[in-house]
Design a protein around this ligand. Structure first.
Ligand SMILES: [Zn+2]
Length: 461
């Protein structure tokens, strides 16, 4: 095991007179193979990332960074790969509390017989807090730095995310039937508006509106949700074209595909993020492209619920911004984005009978810069470039299953697991170092979750 060396270099001025003055920065991560995920896919080995406060100030070879900067804290990443933090574009963080509660069912059965009833009895601000802390711990430990979320009591998720140090695009759910935090869609919209006002200027959280789906909301609610998003310039998140049932429902009720129906009511906008997008026609893809809609692809959830295989290659060819997601842990059953990358690649290859369909590099792009684009955050995150926020991870490459190492991108996608992540940094803050999470007490988070699980167990008896 390599040791991460922290050196306080505040006094490292010996010989400075003979050299140009070095700028003091807060943190330098140096010595690893740096995959920038910039437009040219620049790789530096050994490379370094200089960070000051919340921002990346420079990315270059270790030698150049050492000559230009002195750091208050240094992370030695010599045996690691350094890359942008992973972006989970679709999840329901507190649903980690329903992990393994009901498996091996079709989406509508799973939702209506298990998940919705369990939620009706157990969703509360406390459940959301406890669940989100557990999810945040799992995300930090597995290298996710930004997550897009749709759930209830979303303000509790936002508070927990900020405390954990994670970045989030966090959408308050709007749904037609009475739920734990709202009796009517109008209540939910009012809640969402208050929540948006509260978190509008937060440095980590982007508040959002999350109409659950076309099949769980009527036209008035869908339109009002989109309008609320536009009023505040915040994202609108929706489940979209996930199952063949949804397509049939749209055909029966509206004589249109879900994409065409949502287009006809003026729902789509450049800040919409559509999760799944499996059953789409070429015309649907053209609508999404024209409206600048981002798509969250969730290969594991889609396979587990046998929902289908999204036409990933068509989306990419059409230039639709495509990110990766895990979906809620109840349909995955974890939040490991390395697994999501691997399954995105495998599912596309399998579905298209084409091993070249989604390469390791394409899967990595989807989990980083692609996700940032889908969330309209690519000016801030998604790649390691000067001026962007310092969201990055270092991943150990020393495991037996990672030996030998010829190509770090291949290893990240095909053999790496979330627990190979060694360091997680968000907004310039080190959330995990040498697998020790600094912002959450592991023991307390796990104990709280196990205590709450007792209530869930009772509720579904
Ligand atoms: Zn979902």
């Amino acid at each position: 095991m390599k040791k991460i060396v922290v050196s306080l270099l505040a006094t490292a001025v010996i010989g400075a007179a003979a050299q140009p003055a070095r700028r003091t920065v807060s943190l330098v991560v140096t010595g690893g193979t740096v995959l920038t995920e910039n437009a040219a896919h620049r790789t530096l080995s050994p490379g370094a990332v200089a960070i000051d406060g919340t921002d990346i100030v420079d990315v270059d070879t270790s030698a150049v960074i050492a000559a230009k900067y002195s750091a208050r804290e240094t992370i030695d990443a010599r045996s690691d790969v350094v890359l942008p933090g992973l972006i989970n574009t679709h999840t329901h963080a507190p649903m980690v509390m329903y992990r393994g509660l009901a498996d091996d069912l079709a989406l509508m059965d799973w939702l209506q017989k298990y998940i919705f009833p369990a939620e009706a009895k157990t969703v509360s601000p406390e459940m959301v807090r406890v669940g989100t802390r557990l999810a945040a711990l799992e995300m930090i430990e597995s290298g996710t730095t930004t997550f897009a979320d749709m759930y209830y009591f979303e303000e509790e998720i936002a508070k927990a995310a900020v405390e954990a140090g994670l970045r989030g695009v966090l959408g308050e759910t709007i749904i037609q039937f009475p739920v734990a935090d709202a009796k009517t869609p109008a209540d939910a919209l009012a809640r969402a508006e208050k929540y948006i006002q509260e978190f509008k200027d937060n440095g980590l959280v982007v508040p959002a509106v999350a109409p659950h789906a076309l099949y769980t909301n009527d036209k008035t609610t869908l339109v009002a949700s989109a309008e609320l998003g536009r009023k505040y310039g915040v994202p609108v998140l929706i489940h979209f074209s996930e199952t063949e049932d949804e397509i049939k429902l749209a055909r029966d009720q509206y004589k249109m595909t879900p994409a065409a129906y949502l287009e006809s009511i003026g729902f789509w906008g450049p800040k919409t993020l559509a999760a799944h997008g499996i059953w789409v026609t070429d015309d649907d893809i053209a609508i999404l492209k024209r409206r600048g809609v981002g798509v969250a692809h969730n290969p594991e959830s889609n396979m587990k619920l046998a929902s289908g295989a999204a036409p990933v290659v068509k989306y990419l060819k059409a230039g639709v911004a495509l990110g990766l997601g895990t979906d809620g842990a109840a349909s995955n059953n974890d939040l490991d984005m390395f697994e999501a990358m691997r399954q995105a690649s495998f599912l596309a290859k399998h579905a298209m009978h084409d091993p070249t369909a989604v390469s390791a590099q394409t899967a990595l792009d989807m989990a980083t810069i692609g996700g940032a684009r889908a969330l309209q955050m690519d000016a801030l995150v998604g790649s390691l470039e000067a001026g962007k926020r310092a969201d990055l991870i270092t991943v150990s490459m020393g495991a037996v299953r990672q030996t030998p190492l010829y190509d770090p991108v291949s290893h990240l996608v095909y053999v790496t697991r979330g627990d190979d992540v060694r360091t997680t940094i968000v907004n310039g803050k080190v959330l995990m170092k040498d697998r020790q999470v600094r912002t959450l007490s592991r023991a307390a988070v796990v104990a709280d979750a196990n205590r709450l699980a007792q209530k869930v167990r009772e509720a579904v008896k």
